[in-house]
Ligand binder design. Structure first.
Ligand code: GLU
Length: 449
């Protein structure tokens, strides 16, 4: 049985980057009839916050994926205590007394000498009297995992064979001086304990993988216990790093801006793969077309514009029955089927319906300036014949241009103000057929209609 997991650290809101990786894990589990676990990596007591846990659960609920009930690393400390004992017993965990400032100084010195900032393991050769002196001074140690100096290799499901020289890595800290356990340890313990088979994550985790493979072995697992796939990270549409913008690309914000969950699910599961972007109405369709092999090794470019466009395409394809629930959730339950069918082509988010509804279906008090009265009266006599469609606005205004000296703003604005009582709004060619001939007549005559 294939078992995958999404393991967010509740230190911030979910954003498009981590949701993409999580979605790929979810789809992989689903295509293999496997399980998908949700684990909160919350042992960093200083940075983890309940409000982020709640927000993450809310976002996942909105995305609509199914997963086993969540579990929390902070509730599994006994398991990590046991692993720590194992590591201590086999001499792979050692106490270090350097302060953050001392470590920083060492790092800078190495960098200045043009050498990689790898921890020098001086704690390993610390004499007992020095240790005792540090402890008397009140220093509390942090603990490092002693890596074996060797090459770690694995067959990466996304990148092919990969290998990493452990000598290029510092022995990782597994226990902080404040006693809290670091993700590096807890993750391996939990992945072993919960029977994880595949770990799909961003390629910023490649060096973690080299460490975690050694840790897995030290805790009784094998080099191949987990199959890894490292995916390239999302970039901005101009190829810039997204890491700084990710805060502004949170799932909460996209949801608030009116992006539909299935538009985001579709976009993030197809981006960077050989599939064309196309909106799917349900997760089943995404599962049916998913293949991990379809993902390219190049960094995909995230574009908000493409996502919004896909959202519009999704809405256009929805029947009234399919959109009904979403309308209710957004306080748009007054939208009826006829209105939906007439407008779905012209919106990119459901919220656009609010403006259209107030212009088209609610009485509008026309604005007609004194100086435009004759022009509006003329416009009334030149209304194009039925049926009205997207070409009607052009037919009408071309005719008025011929009949008057007006052009540009002077030609269009009085009509917009008379028909919508606003200076700005949706494209007139799109809303004119919705307003219809009857209301147009009334409004041009100055009547509230
Ligand atoms: N909590 C880790 C993170 O959010 C999980 C990484 C992993 O998938 O192992 O980066």
């Amino acid at each position: 049985m294939v078992v995958l997991r999404f393991a967010p650290s509740p230190t911030g809101y979910l954003h498009v980057g981590n949701v993409r990786t999580a979605l790929i894990n979810f789809l992989f589990a689903q295509t293999n009839q496997g399980r998908f676990l949700l684990r909160f990596d919350d042992t960093d007591t200083e940075r983890s916050q309940n409000k982020f846990k709640e927000a993450i659960l809310e976002d996942l609920d909105w995305l609509g994926w199914s997963f086993d009930p969540p579990f929390y690393q902070s509730e599994r400390l006994a398991l990590y205590d046991k692993a720590v004992e194992t590591l201590k017993k086999c001499g792979r965990l050692y106490p270090c007394y350097e302060t953050p400032e001392e470590l920083d100084f060492k790092r800078k010195r190495l960098l200045a000498a043009g050498r990689p900032p790898v921890y020098d393991r001086s704690a390993l050769s610390l004499r007992p009297d020095k240790k005792a002196a540090y402890e008397a001074e009140g220093r509390i140690p942090h603990w490092r995992f002693r890596l074996e100096d060797r090459t770690v290799s694995w067959e990466d499901l996304a990148r092919g064979p990969l290998s990493y020289e452990s000598t290029a890595l510092s022995d990782p800290i597994l226990i902080r001086a404040n006693g809290s356990y670091v993700y590096t340890l807890c993750s391996v313990v939990d992945d072993l304990d919960t029977g994880i088979t595949h770990i799909i994550r961003g390629n910023d985790h490649i060096s973690n993988t080299a460490v975690q493979i050694q840790l897995t072995q030290a805790l009784g697992g094998a080099e191949t216990t987990f199959q890894f796939a490292h995916l390239p990270l999302l970039m901005g549409s101009k190829g810039e790093s997204l890491s700084k913008r990710l805060g502004s690309l949170s799932i909460q914000d996209l949801r608030r801006d009116g992006i539909e969950a299935m538009a985001l699910n579709s976009y993030l599961s197809q981006l960077g793969s050989s599939q064309d972007l196309s909106p799917q109405k349900n997760l089943k369709a995404l599962i049916d077309s998913f293949s991990l092999k379809a993902f390219s090794a190049n960094s995909p470019k995230f574009s908000l514009e493409d996502l919004e466009r896909l959202n519009g395409r999704l809405l256009k394809a929805l029947s009234f029955k399919e959109v009904h629930h979403a309308l209710g959730q957004k306080g748009l339950s007054h939208i009826d089927e006829a209105f939906w069918l007439a407008t779905r082509e012209n919106i990119s988010i459901l919220k656009d319906l609010e403006t259209l509804w107030s212009i088209v279906r609610e009485p509008v008090k026309p604005i007609i300036e004194e100086g435009d009265k004759n022009y509006i009266a003329l416009a009334l006599t030149h209304l194009p014949s039925s049926p009205w469609d997207e070409t009607t606005w052009k037919t009408w205004t071309d005719k008025l241009k011929q009949e008057t000296e007006r052009k540009g703003k002077a030609l269009f604005m009085p009509l917009r103000r008379a028909l919508t009582a606003q200076n700005h709004g949706p494209e007139m060619k799109k809303i004119l057929p919705l307003i219809g001939k009857k209301r147009t007549r009334e409004r041009l005559a100055g009547n509230s209609a």
